[in-house]
Ligand binder design. Structure first.
Ligand SMILES: Nc1ncnc2c1ncn2[C@@H]1O[C@H](COP(=O)(O)OP(=O)(O)O)[C@@H](O)[C@H]1O
Ligand SMILES: [Mg+2]
Length: 252
């Protein structure tokens, strides 16, 4: 029971927190419910109207998010995916090893290094998808860097098998979108090329899905903000990039 956490810390801590066990840094993640129910509802409505795979609302936590995520991490680790090790688990929380700093932090602190690591992050996502598992929240902050390898964290979304293809595309979109929000001007053609190892239809699928959302340009920024889609400008930039690519224009 070396890694079981005292109730005092569990009650005082937020949903996810860093903790010291002796000299070791670990992360504790508590069982939780859906994070933003109103935002989720808004996205479900938009998805109902558009049917676009990129607007698929996140499925949210499995029945017990702590049990679900600990199970998933153990399953993935058993298949060679770089994820945190589960050190202790119970019905109400689990403890995992430190998977290192998030790549989002590297983007601002060491942009050149972050750029070099992006292909590794895309490779990690691809390996996950090759196992038939979509992430559900593949923003750059959920990729970390430890011991020379990109790791994936935050696996609480319980994605139904029959929705894999939509969530696979949505994962790639979320990765690109999160980079756009950080102001790194990501090249979606490159991202898709690396993902497909040069041979595949991901760029075509992503561009088609993004172009299908150009109507978002007509919606009022304030309205979308109230719906929880904060950086609509970043989103529109991605839609525009997709349009340029479709029209065969040179990459900026
Ligand atoms: N195993 C881990 N190693 C390193 N950092 C972690 C780990 N687990 C969580 N974190 C940090 O805590 C943050 C929130 O945890 P995460 O599991 O992503 O939950 P959320 O669903 O709130 O995004 C992460 O963005 C990361 O900074
Ligand atoms: Mg996260």
């Amino acid at each position: 029971m070396r890694y079981s956490i005292d109730r005092r810390f569990l009650e005082a801590g937020p949903d996810v927190f860093r903790h010291r066990v002796g000299k070791e840094t670990v992360y504790v993640k508590k069982r939780r419910n859906r994070k933003n129910p109103l935002g989720w509802l808004a996205q479900a409505v938009i998805h109902g109207l558009t049917g676009n795979p990129l607007t698929t609302p996140p499925p949210g936590p499995g029945r017990n998010s702590a049990v679900f995520e600990a199970d998933r991490l153990e399953w993935l680790a058993g298949r060679g995916v770089d994820v945190p090790r589960v050190l202790h688990r119970s019905d109400s929380y689990f403890v995992m090893s430190d998977a290192g700093p998030g790549l989002d932090a590297l983007v601002s602190r060491k942009p050149e290094k972050a750029k070099r690591l992006l292909p590794k992050a895309i490779g990690a996502l691809k390996r996950l998808h090759n196992l038939g598992v979509a992430h559900g929240g593949a923003q750059i902050r959920n990729f970390t860097w430890l011991n020379g390898r990109v790791h994936l964290i935050d696996f609480e979304d319980d994605i139904p098998d029959n929705a894999f293809a939509a969530f696979q595309l949505r994962d790639i979109f979320l990765l690109a979108f999160s980079l756009e929000r950080l102001g790194t001007d990501p090249n979606i053609a490159d991202i898709c090329r690396i993902y497909d190892s040069g041979d595949g239809e991901t760029l075509e699928r992503l561009c088609a899905a993004l172009s299908g959302l150009s109507l978002a340009r007509l919606l009022d920024n304030a309205l979308l903000s109230s719906l929880g889609m904060r950086d609509i400008r970043g989103f529109i930039r991605l839609v525009d990039k997709a349009k340029h690519l479709k029209g065969g224009e040179a990459w900026p």
